[in-house]
Design a protein around this ligand. Structure first.
Ligand code: NIG
Ligand code: FE
Length: 431
């Protein structure tokens, strides 16, 4: 199976030498090829260049490469796509979602409109505890069906790789149920899925006032069971005011590390919680949310391997302050942006909308925003070797836009789907 896309108006984010992530001033520079072609073979990006495309050379190289292999020859099953007037982007890499959940929480939305805060809603038994009750009642099949529909939706708006967290279980069996659903989705979806264990998402009602006992449960029972079944790649903790403390967080991260689970944590959404510092101390791959980030937190992130991940959908939906993306970039940090797709604070996984919010609310340039939702998102999931840019040998996850005038049109035309053709693992996906 091979695909040759020709007459591409602009091929975005091409890399001759793939980088792990893009930081600081470099975020504003994006390499593109105008009037380009892209050749995909056996699920990977094989080559690209500017028109005209020397097809004969590609055929010869492909044939000689495959002489000793049993795979079909390029000529046998080449599909051609003429992309005149259209642009090609690497698929979005959404590094933070909670998209396995039961039902929805639009009633709380009304409470929010009336002025209740996220924490007030949580204290009334709404919020995460509400989703946990519904998840408890749902079967694996029901959860899989609902999440599949969400995956389908994000796929058709340009996402190619996505992290999904547990966290609506709040007890051993329900956490395992959620993670098994994520495993099922991973096995059946064309999307690349990264599972994260978020046992400590909220303190269940029965543990209020003695939350260290719940932390013990996470450490003694949940983490070993999750690791035993190989259900997660990462461990997350909601380290914030009213949720888990720095001390709780350290205990859980240390326990996770013993089972090879690297942290990716919720930090500094509601306060200067110390979450960023504890994440960096434990070499978290990412710290996420970051509405409360000051100079001290920025200094801490510099010279670390931890990616700051901003979640514009949650800040928008909850009417929160915006994380200081510009200050981070000026300081030389990389910034990733993710959807946070979840029923309580960001009921959308549309990464095109995230691009628009990056530019409008965080004053990021379109090129910076594109890096934030592709290569830096891939880094925040440990996927940057294979995803997040147009580079030879990377997995062929790309989308072709409808005819558009330029890169900046992507964030500019907010609210409409600019993605026309989705290609994942080198195959065209039909909506
Ligand atoms: O990332 N902040 C914590 N967790 C989620 C919200 C989950 C929910 O409200 O259901 C978030 O915003
Ligand atoms: Fe989240």
């Amino acid at each position: 199976m091979a695909i040759l896309i020709t007459n591409i108006k602009e091929l975005v984010q091409v890399e001759e030498q793939p980088v792990t992530r893009v930081a600081g001033a470099a975020m504003a520079e994006i390499k593109t090829l105008t009037n380009a072609w892209l050749y995909i073979e056996q699920g990977r990006i094989r080559d690209f260049g500017t028109m005209p495309c020397d097809e004969l050379r590609l055929m010869k190289e492909s044939a000689s490469d495959q002489q000793n292999s049993s795979s079909p020859k390029m000529q046998d099953d080449l599909s051609r796509i003429d992309a005149t007037g259209r642009m090609v982007f690497p698929s979005f890499c959404d590094a933070h979602t909670h998209l396995v959940y039961a039902g929805s929480r639009e009633k709380e939305y009304i409470d929010k409109i009336r002025g209740l805060s996220y924490e007030e809603i949580a204290r009334r038994g709404g919020g995460i505890l509400n989703s946990a009750r519904r998840l408890h009642e749902a079967t694996e099949e029901e959860l899989t069906e609902q999440a599949s529909a969400r995956l389908q939706e994000i796929m058709m708006t340009g996402t190619g790789a996505v992290e999904i967290k547990s966290g609506y279980g709040l007890n051993v069996e329900d956490e395992l149920k959620m993670l098994r659903v994520i495993r099922r989705l991973k096995a059946t979806s064309p999307l690349t899925i990264v599972p994260t264990f978020l046992g400590a998402h909220a303190v269940p009602a029965a543990y209020i006032g003695r939350q260290e006992v719940f932390v013990d449960l996470v450490i003694r029972e949940m983490i070993p069971r999750v690791a035993e079944e190989g259900l997660a790649d990462f461990i997350d903790v909601f380290c914030d005011r009213g949720f888990f403390t720095v001390v709780d967080t350290e205990r859980m991260l240390e326990a996770g590390a013993k089972f090879g689970l690297r942290p990716k944590i919720h930090a500094n959404e509601l306060d200067y919680s110390g979450g960023i510092q504890v994440g960096v101390k434990h070499n978290a791959l990412s710290v996420d949310h970051l509405e409360f980030t000051g100079e001290e937190e920025i200094q801490c992130l510099l010279n670390s391997e931890t990616m700051p991940v901003i979640l514009p959908g949650a800040a928008f939906f909850l009417g929160m302050r915006y994380a200081p993306a510009r200050a981070m970039i000026t300081a030389g940090l990389p910034v990733a942006m993710a959807s946070d797709f979840n029923p309580g604070s960001s009921p959308s996984g549309n990464m095109q909308l995230i691009l628009s919010m990056a530019c409008i609310n965080y004053r990021m340039l379109p090129a910076e925003a594109v890096h934030a939702v592709t290569i830096n998102g891939a880094y925040a999931m440990g996927l940057n070797k294979d995803y997040g840019s147009i580079a030879r040998g990377k997995v062929a996850n790309v989308f072709i836009t409808r005819p558009i005038p330029g890169i900046e049109f992507m964030p500019y035309a907010f609210g409409s789907n600019k993605v026309e053709t989705v290609i994942l693992n080198g195959k065209v996906i039909n909506g």
